[in-house]
Design a protein around this ligand. Structure first.
Ligand SMILES: *Cc1c(COP(=O)(O)O)cnc(C)c1O
Length: 304
């Protein structure tokens, strides 16, 4: 079995690009397109496929260890890839207090897919990429010698390279491509492959993301690439935080376009786009592609 050949899973690539009629854009002469990366694969949706593909090829069937929070889409995608392609997976999860509790639906899915989970305290988790701390974690996790380590959120040079394809798929189709940012890996790759403006909407508070994107582009390409910028106004208080206005917006957008909107990332990006359009940030005639990087949370393992 080719444990590293993600293409065997028949991804839907290039992902579909849909024109949506939304009067908040059309009345300004703007075209809104949805880049449906959420449809790439049911178990490895969105940017997680693009970020994992070259990494799994590099891992070549070896066990894969990665890191994430209690609701990490990246850990879930990694675990699913392991089950589907037949390689071992290990997940280091932030929060030792989670160890004694029933698993939430996201972690339960990881475990059901065969991922071995190790829960660590926040200080250790923060220091995880320091060599000594990492070595300790690998030992604790029972990781084999040949383990392939993917950083938190899956963002490394190969992940960024994988995301350049997203930009190339949008070339000639859109003038602006917007994406929600966690680690910034997807934006770093998108911007490098896209000839227009790549717009990142961070879902975390902090203002550190520009540095991260530059560092990831340097790691992947040796220096900055593409035309990108961030708009830091739409995080709604930080990761997994929401406001009644954002919830109402996501409900309404979903109802208008018959599409369940993922709340942690996609909703904030779409909200930012509507606000920017209203502010007159885009010239009439601009084609804006909103990258739908993921689908809403799975409810429970039994529901699949
Ligand atoms: C992981 C994720 C992101 C963030 O991607 P980064 O490359 O970490 O910036 C955006 N949207 C969804 C739905 C995700 O799961």
């Amino acid at each position: 079995m080719n444990a590293h050949d993600l293409d065997r899973l028949r991804p839907r690539l290039p992902s579909p690009l849909e024109v949506v009629e939304d009067e908040r854009f059309t009345r300004l002469g703007l075209a809104l397109l949805l880049k449906r990366d959420d449809l790439i694969h049911p178990d490895l949706p969105g940017n997680k496929w693009r970020k994992l593909s070259l990494n799994l090829r590099a891992a070549a069937g070896r066990p894969v260890l990665s890191f994430g929070g209690a609701y990490s889409n990246h850990l879930r995608a990694t675990a699913a890839a392991g089950r589907l392609l037949g390689f071992r997976t290990l997940g280091v999860v932030r929060g030792e207090e989670l160890a004694g509790r029933p698993l939430n639906p996201s972690l339960a899915r990881c475990a059901a897919d065969g991922m071995r989970l190790l829960f660590v305290d926040r200080a250790t988790y923060r220091a995880k990429h320091e060599p000594a701390v990492l070595a300790g974690l690998l030992r604790q996790a029972g990781a084999p010698e040949d383990v392939y380590v993917v950083p938190e959120g899956g963002s490394n040079a190969l992940a960024v390279e994988g995301c350049t394809e997203l930009g190339r798929e949008l070339a000639g189709q859109a003038d602006v491509a917007a994406v929600a940012c966690g680690t910034g890996g997807t934006l770093a790759g998108l911007a490098a492959g896209f000839p227009g403006l790549a717009l990142g909407v961070p879902v975390l508070k902090g203002g550190f993301l520009g540095e991260e994107v530059r560092a990831l582009q340097t790691a992947a390409f040796g220096g900055p690439r593409g035309d990108w910028r961030l708009d830091e106004r739409f995080h709604c208080g930080g990761y997994a935080r929401t406001t009644p206005a954002l919830d109402a917006f996501a409900e309404d957008f979903g109802a208008r376009h018959e599409l369940a909107i993922e709340r942690l990332y996609v909703a904030k990006m779409l909200w930012g786009l509507v606000a920017l359009a209203e502010e007159g940030a885009f010239a009439p005639g601009t084609r804006i592609a909103a990258v739908v990087t993921g689908a809403p949370e799975p409810q429970a393992v039994s529901s699949r």
